[in-house]
Write a protein that binds this ligand. Sequence first.
Ligand code: CA
Length: 231
Amino acid sequence: MSQVLVVEDEAAIAELIAINLRHAGHEVVLAASAEQAQDQVDAVLPDLILLDWMLPGQSGIMLARQWRQSARTRDLPIIMLTARAEESDKIVGLDAGADDYLTKPFSTGELLARVRALLRRSAPDALDAPVEVGPLRLDPATHRVSRAGTEVKVGPTEFRLLHFFMTHPERVHSRSQLLDRVWGDHVFIEERTVDVHVKRLREALAPADCAAMIETVRGAGYRFTAGITPH
Ligand code: CA
């Protein structure tokens, strides 16, 4: 599941975009101004930003330029949204650092296709491909985790954590690495939060006899491994 930040001051358009993105399985955060967008980005780095060109106060173009100049936000995938359709304006948008460009009015299908394409280019982890490690299967498209056809119930954060573990198995991840990769660089979260969610994930996996797939590596962090006892 990817988090998409929608920066759009027209509430009706923002809501329409949000509904469609949520329906497609994305987590959506809304911002109605450049200031709100900056606050959101300071708190959590999203996986992708839909950025309206014309905003009250600072424009989307200025915001994109600003993000491209900061090391933390340099690689943020950005799709500019705008009513301007002229070729020269598109060039200004792309020069400011937008990765792609959508001219209003756009169809839902085109919006979702562009979001998918940019996520695929920028974050292979966000791909909807099912992952299998040992007996465990996780399907990001349907948000299901299962072992031998039996469903395992996990909460949203545990799902993201498990997805990261399963796409990066047999490696030790420190708590700060997990915070960066799973919580998206959230500056307010303490490292022990990771332990809480690992505990919950183990509890969720226990009925499927998969809790032992998450190993605690003393003084280092956690490792997800396929080598567990048979069912
Ligand atoms: Ca606008």
